[in-house]
Design a binder for this molecule. Sequence first.
Ligand code: SAM
Ligand code: SF4
Length: 335
Amino acid sequence: MYTLKEHDILTYLTGANDKELFGRANATQSQEFGNGIYLRAIIEFSNVCNKKCHYCGLRAPNKGITRYRMGNETILNAASLAVSQGAGTIVLQSGDDFSYSTQSIGTLIKEIKTQHDVAVTLSLGDRGVDEYAFWRECGADRCLLKLETTNPRLYKRLRDGEEFSSRLHRVESLRHLGYEVGSGVITDLPDSNLISTLQDILFLTALDLDMIAVGPFIPHPQTPLAQVAPGSIELSHRVTAILRILNPHANIPATSALSALEPESQRLALTRGCNVIMPSMTPEDHRADYTIYPGKNASNIDITDSLTHAKSMIRSLGLVPSSSKGFSPRRNNVQ
Ligand code: SAM
Ligand code: SF4
């Protein structure tokens, strides 16, 4: 049973009652998580991708970016730096880059888990369920696999022929493998509207996720969606606030897409229901090439300042940066 009726969600989505919505979301967040904000360091270890998502600058046909792949040693050094600066989770993210074997990703996970008392999240895209099973055995704790949109036709169009049902099946399989599962959508994709956004919210809520990531669409100049307008920050805030009320126990990040559009909006999201922040710890040599969209990692903060900057932002709100592994309270997991 949802704590908000569809009609109320739609009214909130229009922005008719932002003050009440954001106040309720903030109260729910404080009740569930106190004043702690989880720090998850993201290491974007490869920008090579074999997919053709119409929204993403890393898509395979984009010849305009410098591709890179980081080796295990570089990734492990970045992880050590992140842990020394207070990260409780290491998020390993990449394009759908199959040149990293099942075994080599497994070795990386084992090394991180042996060297540090942290959680490991995988955001590696459409790898096989058998591979995810192996990585779970190697010690990975969570996966993030966004549905991007819950409209199967739009999904197929924007992911260049891919099937929504396969993505959904993968998300559901991860749960059965014992992972904490994160998913989410991009707001304001072309042909979305308030009704489709309502449907996304209800769909994600019905999935009973441990983590829900939502951020606005940002056009990348070297993609088929270059001419589409950027998503609304306010709508993205409303969606995460509504999801917070509907999913009190889920971890909900203030996404980097917000900060790419307007840095202050990421800070604001932490007072509107979001309880996680994922600073990039991708080394200087490569971070500017992880151009999912313009503005990603483009700040002049270097890797050693990345978590420091996030911590000051959190403290400036009277909140507390948390180095806890930050499992979702819905699972009663050990922190
Ligand atoms: N390749 C993996 C995948 O697609 O699941 C992980 C990396 S992918 C770059 C991470 C996320 O970036 C995607 O799930 C998508 O939501 C987001 N993304 C890509 N292009 C975007 C854009 N133009 N605007 C907003 N978010 C975008
Ligand atoms: Fe590749 Fe992920 Fe970008 Fe799609 S969203 S092109 S799968 S990196």
